[in-house]
Design a protein around this ligand. Structure first.
Ligand code: F6R
Length: 608
């Protein structure tokens, strides 16, 4: 997944494609490629690495033609190599395709296509689309794409070019963004508006389940069932910077709002219709997982908080003891591990040196290491025995938001998988949790609508010197993450405590007006959290409670209530963290801070 550009017109396609890709570069990518049609030939050039590597290759052999497709890739299936970069070709080399998203049923499609005699040249899920289009090619390109999408399961935006119809580019969309740029004697397709802005400001967003036929002289849009749709163009008056952020003010705000999609992408392809979890890419045998007698989790910062959330789920669902430690501490003590200890190394970047070294430390003691990361081909992913990718897409804001949500979901999947393999849950119990996990994107979307209420709270608390965050059970790691987000981007001092621990010291900090954010959603310790809120209220605290929708009691103890959808307590932090992220964001904006680039912080911490 990452950036898509398609062009048909009178101009020279290559520089237009490269400009479009460059304007999507802010999204982050690990390889790039283009395919250009020139009458009788379809030439593809692609390279792992940044666009300048592709440019060097193109300088050596420039491509001419007035139709083409270009892609920047953020690896999901298969490492960032030249062969895995897009476009992908069919066997005959007459069909080229670029793709964002994930094809859920690609293992079955690939097996079938290989049986039918197709030759695969990459490890990607994308390549099967090129071979499917090839198998339907005799119908014409648009009809071939229509037949192909009927066989695809998952989330995708695809753009296809074929030598058989050199003046046509075809796009299709399910769940991944795709827009048409209407130009003068030329038209474009792109995954994001910035890619078309240098050529046009007239844009048609492609809707779910639509196919676009793009020619120089016009655009035809129809549904997957072939019903023609009248394009409804909009005029984009955003500047490029705003367009890059999808109309949001900052990348962090955009990424907070991308969480429903990111969570959906983490779940895609990992559960079959009978609710059987198969984590094919895990690379750890079921025998090995059955022999595990203890789990260690190593991570830093936000990823550590995701690990803390997972500890509750793993212990409850698998009855395996879990030890979790901040990676920079783990590696300098002498933890007792052996071949039966499973180590989970959680890291969005996959490059955090503390986590990498902690994973190496575990591996030296023969512990199998499973990486949970967002970055395909990263150091931790490469060195680990197994890997589960979070599929959040690139995260640009320094503060982790959507990668946190997807780390929790990937860890929950891992915990359920362990329970399935070890037989510690009945299949119906696993199915029930999976059903609740599928509801998370919609619940997170509802929690995002608290934005206005959080802005008002931020106006009230922007001048606060210190805030306390409290929670119990899984509410505690959610509180820790809420406090970390606030510190990171708004520079307001915040501490998180297990709510029951307050009376052992920190309650001395409470004075009239001290803001306390309490995670008080429905759970088996709810009443205890209420008592802890009473304790701080009695000492003058101003309490903001994150509570479950329909809770009428909470308003009697908290001055401000943020209501979130009802979620099982082991999954609740995925939803609860949304208002806490929005609060940190609103506080930072209120205080005039740069939320995307907070001071002193880097996105990937590769020093000790
Ligand atoms: C917080 C944040 C950091 C990272 C930590 C680990 O918003 O981004 O706390 O979570 O530096 O980074 P990764 O996950 O890349 O190992």
């Amino acid at each position: 997944m990452c950036g898509i550009v398609g062009y048909v017109g009178a101009g020279d396609a290559l520089p237009i494609l490269l400009d479009g890709l460059a304007s999507l570069g802010y999204r982050g990518y690990d390889s790039a490629g283009v395919g250009v049609i020139d009458g009788g030939s379809l030439e593809v050039v692609k390279r792992a690495g940044k666009l300048d590597r592709l440019q060097e290759a193109l300088d050596a052999s420039p491509l001419r033609g007035s139709a083409g497709i270009g892609h920047t890739r953020w690896a999901t299936h298969g490492e960032p190599t030249d062969a895995n970069a897009h476009p992908h070709l069919d066997c005959s080399g007459r069909v080229a395709i670029i793709h964002n998203g994930i094809i859920e049923n690609f293992p079955e499609l690939r097996a079938r296509l290989v049986k039918e005699g197709h030759t695969f040249r990459s490890d990607t899920d994308t390549e099967c689309i090129a071979h499917l289009v090839e198998s339907h090619r005799t119908d014409g390109l648009a009809a071939a794409v229509r037949s192909t999408v009927r066989e695809l399961e998952g989330a995708y935006a695809i753009v296809v070019a074929s030598l058989d119809e050199p003046d046509l580019i075809v796009g299709a969309k399910v769940a991944s963004p795709l827009v048409v740029g209407i130009g003068d004697g030329e038209n474009l397709l792109a995954s994001d508006i910035p890619a078309v802005l240098p050529r046009t400001r007239t844009v048609v967003p492609v809707e779910e389940g639509q196919i676009v036929e793009l020619r120089a002289e016009g655009v035809r849009i129809s549904t997957f069932d072939g019903i023609e749709v009248e394009p409804d163009p909009i005029k984009v008056d955003w500047d490029v910077e705003r367009a890059e952020k999808g109309g949001f003010d900052d990348f962090m705000q955009k990424e907070i709002h991308e969480q429903p999609t990111a969570i959906r992408d983490t779940l895609v392809g990992r559960v079959d219709p009978l609710d059987y979890i198969s984590l094919d890419e895990l690379r750890l045998s079921e025998t090995l997982l059955r022999d595990v007698d203890r789990v260690f989790i190593v991570a830093c910062g936000t990823a550590y908080h995701a690990g803390l959330v997972a500890k509750y789920a793993i212990e409850h669902w698998t009855r395996l003891p879990v030890e979790i430690e901040v990676a920079s501490e783990f590696r300098y003590r002498d933890p007792v591990l052996d071949a039966n200890s499973l180590t989970l190394a959680v890291s969005q970047s996959g490059e955090t040196v503390d986590t990498l070294e902690a994973a190496r430390h575990a591996a030296r003691q023969r512990s199998p290491v499973l990486a949970i990361t967002n970055t395909v081909g990263s150091s931790i992913a490469r060195e680990a025995d197994g890997v589960l990718y979070t599929h959040a897409g690139p995260e640009i804001g320094v503060a982790a938001t959507k990668t946190f949500a997807t780390q929790m979901v990937a860890l929950h999947l891992t915990a359920l998988f362990l329970a399935q393999v070890r037989g510690t849950m009945f299949p119906e119990e696993v199915a029930e949790v999976l059903q609740r996990m599928r509801e998370l994107p919609e619940q997170v979307a509802r929690a995002l609508s608290l934005d206005e209420q959080l802005r008002a709270l931020a106006r009230r608390f922007a001048g606060a010197r210190d805030l306390l965050f409290i929670g119990r059970h899984t509410g505690y790691p959610a509180a820790l993450e809420g406090a970390l987000k606030l510190k990171e981007i708004s520079y307001v001092h915040a501490e998180a405590y297990p709510a029951g621990e307050l009376k052992h010291g920190p309650i001395a900090l409470i004075e009239p007006g001290t803001p306390v954010v309490a995670v008080a959603t429905e759970c088996h310790v709810y009443r205890k959290v209420l008592s802890n809120i009473q304790e701080v209220r009695a000492r003058g605290a101003e309490v903001v409670a994150v509570a479950t929708e329909g809770d009428e009691e909470i308003a009697s103890v908290a001055q401000h209530v943020l209501s979130v959808p009802r979620t099982p307590e082991l999954l609740a932090p995925v939803v609860v963290s949304v208002p806490l992220q929005l609060f940190a964001y609103a506080m930072a904006k209120e205080r005039g801070c740069d939320v995307d680039q907070p001071r002193n912080l880097a996105k990937s911490v590769t020093v000790e």
